[in-house]
Design a protein around this ligand. Structure first.
Ligand code: BV8
Length: 255
């Protein structure tokens, strides 16, 4: 048996025996839907910009036009994308667990809403969503149509600037999502991190919280990450390949 085969076997056993599975996803699970990952080198129009500096309240205050153009460009890309086999495999795992009386919690760092569109039911958006925008004057939120804003920065009917309803660096995560994550990480017996560089907190620390609760931990990523050594099993594969195989092996379900 190759080391990769052994890892798949171990991960399958952990999933097959689990009563409560928590999955954390990052931009990597949407890469096969054609959405560039967050730290991927920026191309074209945005090649001279650093995502980590654009995704901040300071950048929005300094240059709301550039920031809202970047987010609207990404928003339209997310709306045009479709969920891939990795997203649908997580739906199969969720439904397989519930069928046998288990529990499933999906914590995503992604802002593209592809998990919802794939059919995942118990999803918590740790970093908000790009498909909803918020009026900075009133806090009112709206879901703009799938066409580019006509002006940048866009303004709401209430007169304020519109910003994406995402969590920027330096901003607090939504309390309901944080609470759901804390509760799930205390009671899960299998934690799987998929498609994240494990570079952003507090999500990057979730593997440690899960392990502290006695949970088994699995990482799925084609690259090694700074957190790989903190997982019981690290599967070096694309989400679109590994997750359907894990769903089939552990729950006998197609994607
Ligand atoms: C907060 C906005 C209180 C929306 C994002 C503790 C220690 C150190 C620092 C901190 C800390 N606590 C807080 C901080 C500060 C900061 C932070 O973590 N900084 C980092 C840089 C050190 N955290 C915060 O500010 C958070 N707020 O904690 O509030 C506070 C505040 C200040 C100070 C203290 C406390 C807010 C974090 C949210 C920031 N907003 N996005 C947007 O524009 O998208 S985060 C951004 O990075 C993305 O949203 C993304 O969700 C997130 C993580 O990135 P990844 O998803 O991992 O994507 P990445 O490109 O990095 O990696 C993709 C991976 O996929 C790669 O590994 C690749 O190999 C893999 N991959 C590729 N293809 C595939 C694949 N995997 C599988 N299959 C494939 N096919």
């Amino acid at each position: 048996m190759t080391p990769a085969e052994r890892d798949m076997e171990r991960a399958t056993r952990m999933l097959a025996r689990a009563k409560h599975v928590v999955v954390l996803t990052g931009a990597g699970i949407s890469a096969e839907s054609g959405i560039r990952t967050f730290r991927d080198t920026m191309r074209g129009l945005w090649k001279d910009f650093d995502p980590a500096t654009l995704a901040t309240p300071e950048a929005f205050a300094r240059d709301p036009e550039v920031v809202t153009r970047w987010y609207d460009h990404r928003r339209l890309g997310c709306l045009a994308a479709e969920p891939n086999a990795g997203h649908t495999a997580l739906v199969a795992i969720e439904r397989g667990l519930i069928r046998r009386g288990g529990r499933f919690t999906l914590l995503t760092q992604n802002v593209d809403r592809l998990h919802h569109r794939a059919g995942s039911a118990n999803v918590h958006e740790l970093h908000g969503t790009i498909v909803v925008w918020r009026c900075t004057a009133t806090g009112n939120e709206l879901e703009p149509p799938p066409s580019p804003f006509r002006e940048f920065p866009p303004r709401s009917a209430w007169g304020g600037l519109l910003r994406p309803a995402v969590v920027w660096f330096g901003e607090m995560l939504p309390i309901p999502a944080l609470d759901a994550a804390a509760r799930a990480l205390r009671t899960c017996d299998c934690f799987m991190s998929v498609g994240t560089s494990s570079a952003v907190y507090p999500a990057a620390g979730f593997v440690d919280l899960a392990a502290a609760s006695g949970s088994g931990t699995i990482e799925v990523n084609p690259q090694e990450t700074p957190a790989s050594g903190r997982f019981d099993v690290s599967i070096r594969a694309r989400a679109g390949a590994a997750l359907p195989e894990l769903a089939a092996r552990a729950f006998g379900t197609g994607t």
